[in-house]
Design a protein around this ligand. Structure first.
Ligand SMILES: [Zn+2]
Length: 296
């Protein structure tokens, strides 16, 4: 099926976008064409996957996510927000200096308008290998009092990169996805499980429902562990920024951003231990101050 799809691709593209279009029949865009093709392919995999279904599905999702990671920031994000290069000036110089001191291959530096995101998305980085870009939200520029505070936030973000947090997170997502598909495959092939729910046959949809219910307790545990690790990463990135000498600016910017976003200051430790991907402000400030004293 895959081989015939690939060999047929030029012909079906030609027939849809040249012949059909010439006669005014084509209402499809190229995006829609490929999206339908991907959907068909995913469905085919799902139904025919056999013993290696989990591997096929995972490989398929991996390719899709790598493609999305490449095209999303370049083709899709600009449709929703306006990206402008950060103008020349002191702030730009400071950021470039920080990036080069960490050997971060910064190729482009943008400001994006209208941040409607959470308090933790004030700046982000993207790109593969030696072609990386940094995007600052305009709200970050407005909310911080001086350049140092903005650079401190970036030092924290670059800490995530330098300490390989992004790579670890990507790998953990891949492992989780593979386990999900593997788990589904186990459920799908277990006739006794279907029988215990009163089904003599094994319809795909029932397999999916049974699987969904089986993993709910495990998912709670995964959620807890994921947040635990994520909070540890946040502390590490804060410590990284501090080591570069941004302790007081980071402190100031954390407080300011928290105020602007009206987030809770000091939450119940049990509640935050399960629900929060970022440590509460009070804990973060305490950690910054603590290691500050230790460094003295
Ligand atoms: Zn962070």
């Amino acid at each position: 099926m895959i081989c015939s799809e690939i060999t047929n691709l030029p012909f079906s593209l030609y027939s849809t976008f040249v012949i059909e279009a010439r006669h005014g029949f084509n209402k499809q865009t190229i995006w829609l064409f490929f999206r339908d093709m991907l959907k068909e392919f995913a469905l085919w995999l799902f139904l025919k996957g056999g013993a290696y279904l989990a591997i096929y599905l995972w490989a398929f999702m991996l390719v899709v996510s790598l493609v999305m990671m490449t095209i999303y920031p370049i083709l899709i994000a600009p449709l929703f927000n306006k990206f402008t290069p950060l103008p020349e000036g002191q702030l730009r110089q400071k950021i470039e200096k920080l990036a080069s001191s960490l050997k971060f291959p910064l190729k482009k530096l943008y400001v994006v308008d209208g941040s409607t995101r959470s308090s933790h998305s004030n700046a982000y980085m993207y790109g593969f290998f030696n072609n990386k870009r940094i995007v600052l939200y305009d709200t970050l520029l407005q909310q911080c009092k001086n350049d140092e505070e903005i650079v401190a936030v970036l030092a924290h973000e670059l800490g995530h990169w330098k300490l390989n947090h992004t790579v670890y997170l990507f790998i953990s997502v891949q492992i989780r996805m593979l386990l999900h598909f593997g788990g589904y495959n186990l459920v799908r092939n277990s006739s006794s499980l279907f029988q215990s729910f009163g089904f003599d046959t094994q319809p795909v949809i029932i397999g999916l429902i049974i699987f969904q219910h089986t993993i709910i307790p495990i998912e709670h545990l995964v959620h807890f562990v994921r947040n635990l690790v994520s909070r540890a990463f946040e502390f590490q990135a804060d410590a990284f920024a501090k080591k570069l000498g941004y302790a007081s600016s980071l402190r100031a910017s954390l407080v300011r951003l928290q105020e602007e976003n009206l987030s809770a200051m000091n939450t119940d430790p049990w509640y935050s231990a399960y629900h929060y991907s970022h440590p509460p402000l009070v804990e973060r400030l305490a950690a910054v101050d603590n290691s500050y004293k230790k460094a003295d």
